[in-house]
Write a new protein. Structure first.
Length: 435
């Protein structure tokens, strides 16, 4: 009897195992397919600019996340976990002047869980702890330079670089200086558009178009907005100083180019003169020698350094550009954006009082003649797209920016933003190799 019960128990146990095995395999397969955000903190130097830059990197990993503390920030990710084999698309995330490389850690972790590698450089002298470059005429240029160098560095990283799909690299910029990403696509800043903007919006506000009407054809679309923060004396004065510095630097660059062109012309003239002298000398010696057997006189031509060429920020590796609540639209016009061929998306925030969508994001899309996309998020502002400010943040002077939305509203905004960006990147990457 006991043997019979033992055999029945064994049969029931075997039957239960066979029935549970498919479900267990499905669960194991689903667990194996689940991506978790890995995280690493890296650093590299730019000797030419005397800069030491820090990078925060999120990537797909298998290890489950745990709590990580970086300075005042606390977030969840798998620190230094192995990078899953790709290839994965790369997003270069550029924070606002009021942020840091960790200000968007929640968004970066979300994209890592979706199968993206996200690298966020800490912009030197242009972050929450040091804003010395804000409103400087070199701000956008240096940001673009740091973004390019971040791509160079991460592509050469021995563990992360081989896992990146080099045909699917995107730029994602936040806030006022995010328009630096336009320089990567071939745009150049214009010093003349600010005067047009100020004349239409600030110098004679009674002539500005009311809300809902079309802006004058010779002015920016921002003329539809009844009030602009850039008409305030403080911001207008900062912009005047920025434009003055831009024009002065442009004039200096033109002088250098002129000197370089003159040096190149002088070099050609010198080479020609020395070559003519050498030819005359050879003919003279040949006439004096017997049967022209005298050896040719050796002539050494001094090598002058080639003329220096102005550097360009254009980086053809980017396959998509996204700008969230961007600013400085009045540093660009249609002509300065005409060379951009990269798919671009400009996202405005209806609650942003500095980067008003009609003055900034919408105007950028309009200047590109419809080739760029535009989306409007109905609430929130630029700081609301950052993660919740950490407790005990040394940048206490910026703590007033942390409460523009509630925690619930912030989570909803981030979810909406992530969906918009994921859809745009997926469409922009269609047809790219490795997708």
């Amino acid at each position: 009897m006991k043997q019979r019960l033992g055999r029945l128990s064994f049969v029931w146990l075997l039957l239960f195992f066979l029935l549970a095995l498919p479900a267990w395999r499905a669960g194991a397969r689903q667990a194996a397919q689940t991506l978790h955000p890995g995280y690493r903190s890296l650093s590299y130097s730019l000797p030419s600019q005397h800069l030491l830059l820090k990078l925060s990197v999120w990537y797909p990993a298998r290890r489950k996340p745990a709590s990580i503390k970086e300075g005042p920030w606390v977030f969840r990710a798998a620190r230094n976990a192995p990078v899953l084999d790709g290839p994965w698309p790369l997003i270069v995330l550029s924070h606002d002047s009021t942020g840091t490389s960790l200000s968007h850690h929640d968004l970066a972790a979300s994209f890592a869980s979706r199968g993206y590698i996200v690298v966020a450089p800490m912009h030197d002298h242009d972050n929450a702890y040091d804003m010395s470059l804000l409103f400087h005429d070199r701000e956008l240029f240096l940001r673009a330079l740091q973004i390019k160098s971040a791509v160079d560095f991460i592509l050469e990283h021995p563990q992360i670089g081989p896992c990146i799909d080099r045909a699917r690299i995107a730029y994602l910029g936040f806030g006022l200086p995010s328009s630096a990403g336009l320089l990567l696509a071939g745009a150049h800043a214009s010093s003349s558009e600010w005067q047009v903007f100020y004349r239409l919006r600030c110098a004679d506000p009674e002539k500005t178009s009311p809300v809902g009407t079309a802006a004058p054809q010779d002015g920016p679309s921002a003329a539809r907005i009844p009030q602009s923060p850039w008409c305030s004396p403080m911001l207008a004065r900062k912009m005047d100083m920025l434009i003055q510095s831009m024009e002065q630097r442009t004039q200096e660059q033109k002088t250098k180019v002129r000197y370089s062109e003159n040096a190149s012309l002088d070099r050609k003239r010198l080479f020609k003169r020395l070559a003519d002298q050498s030819a005359r000398a050879r003919r003279g010696y040949a006439m004096k020698g017997e049967n022209g057997m005298l050896p040719h006189v050796p002539v050494i031509l001094p090598l002058l350094p080639p003329p220096s060429e102005g550097g360009t920020m254009t980086d053809t590796r980017f396959a998509a550009l996204a700008f969230v609540s961007p600013g400085f639209s009045f540093l660009f016009d249609a002509g300065s954006l005409a060379r951009i061929q990269t798919p671009a998306l400009f996202i405005g925030a209806a609650g942003d009082r500095l980067n008003i969508p009609q003055e900034q994001a919408e105007r950028f899309a309009s200047l590109m003649g419809g080739s760029a996309g535009y989306a409007l998020i109905g609430r929130g502002d630029a700081p609301s797209f950052q993660a919740k400010c950490p407790e005990g943040d040394p940048a206490y002077a910026l703590s007033s920016l942390c409460g523009s939305v509630s925690d619930t509203e912030r989570a909803m905004l981030h979810q909406q933003l992530c969906l918009i960006l994921a859809d745009f990147f997926e469409r922009a990457f269609q047809g790219a190799s490795g997708s």
